[in-house]
Design a protein around this ligand. Structure first.
Ligand code: FES
Ligand SMILES: [Fe+2]
Length: 375
């Protein structure tokens, strides 16, 4: 099992990827004219909404003497540090005022910046772009803009069928982003962790075969008719009056899992992210949009109930796993059930290598692959 001890694998647990968008906070928690604390990749952030409702993200540390800005005054446009009252533009971090300066002291305050990050609101979350770190010891200057927009949930249909519902669930996990992600893509824990009378029992374990293919920075579990061993899928097929139900599940670096289920004119689409908070803490945010069961009064609540059970089962599992991980045990990834996890680590290593050498990412998969396991 030489592969398990490869240097890439051991290096990954402390590597968090910069140069990507991350979900920072659910949008409904951030009110106008207020400041909130958040953390991404061990960077303390202060997140707020200006007077017009536009969100912004700054580093939660004053460039003067490092005072957290979240306890400062915010007038809906400028953030004032609670220590010496320096004032910063909330959207670009530029210093606007240093109260201690006398009229004949000509410090060029517009060259002083608090850390500021690109910030977007998408599908009910505030997203923050975390750029690659600057040279060590350098202060902040004008911020770096994101090379692309924050990810969105794919939605389908036109006219009446374009109407959809959206909901989110969030759970803190006391493990690294790597364990969060491989837990999310792990097919073998289902019968043991996610038992429920309405879903499946551990005795329903059977052999499965799934097709995977490479996609840019990730891989896709190709469209297929979901296995019929679970009641919800049987129900769905009946309800949608569709011959087939197709599901695709994509994983994309650094932390995105997209699942799309389509049955006739009905669809369900989710974007799940595992956000690195610190090196041994992450958060799973599931945001789902759907037009299935939209007219049922309890549709949204039912879906949310089912999902929250799953997420809570995963959270509890990872809480227990974190106990075991405290003492750095030796770990294994086995074929075929852990192959997606291996791809994840390989993709991450390939991405970092491409960045280091300024070359294209060498995808670890050369083409479609069929994996088999029992779950
Ligand atoms: S520490 Fe912020 S103004 Fe001095
Ligand atoms: Fe799970």
């Amino acid at each position: 099992m030489a592969e398990l001890d490869s240097p890439q694998r051991q290096a990954t647990d402390t590597q968090m990827l910069t140069g990507f968008w991350y979900r920072a906070l659910p949008a409904d928690r951030v009110q106008r004219n207020q400041l909130h604390k958040a953390m991404l990749l061990e960077i303390p952030l202060v997140i707020g909404r200006d007077r017009a409702g536009r969100p912004f993200a700054m580093r939660d540390a004053c460039p003067h003497r490092g005072m957290p800005l979240n306890g400062g005054h915010f007038d809906g446009e400028k953030v004032e540090c609670p220590y010496h009252g320096w004032r910063f533009d909330a959207h670009n971090g530029q210093c606007q005022l240093i109260p201690s300066l006398t009229s004949d002291q000509h410090l060029k305050i517009d060259r002083i910046y608090a850390g500021s990050y690109p910030c977007e609101e998408k599908d009910g979350f505030i997203w923050v772009y975390v750029p690659d770190p600057g040279p060590p010891g350098a202060g902040f200057t004008q911020r770096e803009e994101a090379p692309q927009d924050a990810p969105v949930i794919e939605k389908f249909g036109e006219g009446a069928s374009a109407k959809y519902k959206i909901a989110y669930l969030t759970a803190d996990m006391p493990v690294s982003i790597d364990h969060g992600i491989i837990g999310l893509m792990d097919p073998a824990h289902g019968p043991f962790v996610h038992q429920a009378w309405w879903w499946r029992s551990r005795h329903s374990i059977h052999e499965k075969q799934k097709n995977f293919e490479p996609i840019p920075n990730g891989f896709r579990m190709s469209a297929h008719t979901p296995s019929s061993n679970s009641a919800p899928y049987k129900l769905l097929r009946l309800y949608a009056d569709a011959d087939s139900i197709t599901t695709t599940i994509d994983f994309e670096l650094p932390n995105l899992r997209r699942e799309i289920i389509r049955a006739g004119k009905y669809w369900f689409s989710s974007l799940t992210t595992v956000t690195p908070i610190t090196r041994n803490q992450c958060r799973i945010d599931v945001v789902a949009a759907w037009n299935l069961f939209r007219w049922l009064p309890f549709g949204a609540e039912m879906l949310k109930f089912v999902f929250s059970k799953f997420v809570e089962q995963d959270r509890r599992t990872m809480e227990l796993q974190a106990e075991g991980l405290k003492h750095s045990p030796h770990l294994m990834l086995i074929d075929d059930a852990d192959r997606p996890a291996k791809w994840y680590f390989q993709l991450k290593a390939a991405y970092l290598e491409a960045k280091r050498t300024s070359t294209e990412v060498k995808h670890p998969m050369s083409g479609p692959v069929t994996l088999r396991w029992r779950s």
